[in-house]
Ligand binder design. Structure first.
Ligand code: HEM
Length: 246
């Protein structure tokens, strides 16, 4: 192999990249349509609504995206159940390849804060940093809060048989406030952590190409690199033909 050429390693499978596209697309669709419903009294939003066929049409697209997001989420959960329950991939539940938080994540969080103030070295991250896990669990939290409240409102007459009808008003309140929190999180925290950090600016393409270079793996995930190098596991994630991401 030509040593002058950069080596690339696989970080995300094709299926994971498709799911991320589906998650991002449906979330943006929901945020775009939902915030128009939330601020429907603003004159400029009413002009948009008139142009696209009224708020009924916006709500229709909101519900359409909600179904697609729910399917995306369920595919991910089914994959987890399959891999953990049937294929016994326990590494998904604990260890460096798991999204389950570890003590190291808490230490890394405080270590990173110290590093921000130049009071210590930057923590050495493994496959997933604590901010990756926060983003990941945020989707579960969001699906529980936004999803449940959304479906409760959508199928109000059914849910009103199970819960007091006044709770549907609370569901609307929670749905709207959580939507602002979720949209703010994605546009501020998620975008900053994944794309706008000086190391990644202007964009980290790994979630789209699935690969990262050896230099990026060493720099951003040094513990993972060293662990795989020591165990001979690097070859297993080497990108085919060592191609540059297309
Ligand atoms: C499974 C997911 C979701 C479902 C089933 C759902 C369903 C709904 C429904 C039925 C409404 C209309 C409520 C009414 O009768 O006025 C609504 C409103 C809204 N949705 Fe969603 N939604 C979902 C996800 C989201 C997401 C991810 C966001 C934003 C990030 C969002 C933002 C909003 C907002 C801001 C409103 C307007 C709330 C208000 O008027 O105060 N929704 N949603």
């Amino acid at each position: 192999m030509d040593d002058a050429k950069p080596r690339y390693y696989i970080r995300f499978s094709l299926a994971q990249r498709y799911l991320h596209w589906a998650l991002a697309g449906t979330f943006l669709g929901l945020a775009f349509t939902g915030l128009q419903l939330r601020f429907s009294s603003a004159a400029w939003i009413q002009s948009i609504a008139r142009a696209v066929g009224g708020f009924g049409a916006i709500l229709f697209f909101h519900k359409f995206c909600a179904i697609l997001l729910t399917v995306t989420f369920l595919i991910h959960v089914a994959d987890l159940v399959w891999r953990i329950g049937f294929k016994r991939e326990w590494s998904l539940l604990w260890g460096p390849n798991s999204m389950v938080p570890r003590w190291k994540d808490i230490l890394d969080f405080f270590g990173n804060l110290k590093w921000f103030f130049r009071l210590g070295p930057q923590p050495r991250f493994d496959r997933f940093a604590y901010w990756d896990k926060l983003d990941y669990w945020g989707v579960f939290w969001g699906m529980a809060i936004i999803g449940l409240s959304g479906y409760a409102m959508w199928f109000g007459s059914f849910f009103a048989r199970l819960i007091p009808g006044s709770w549907l008003n609370i569901a609307l309140l929670i749905h709207g406030e959580e939507a602002i929190l979720a949209t703010g999180w994605i546009f501020i925290v998620h975008f900053f952590n994944t794309h706008l950090r000086p190391e990644n600016f202007p964009m980290d393409l790994t979630i789209f190409t699935g690969r990262l270079s050896e230099e990026e793996l060493k720099r951003m995930h040094p513990e993972e690199y060293e662990r795989l190098a020591a165990s001979g596991g690097l070859q297993a994630i080497a990108a085919e033909n060592n191609r540059t991401p297309s």
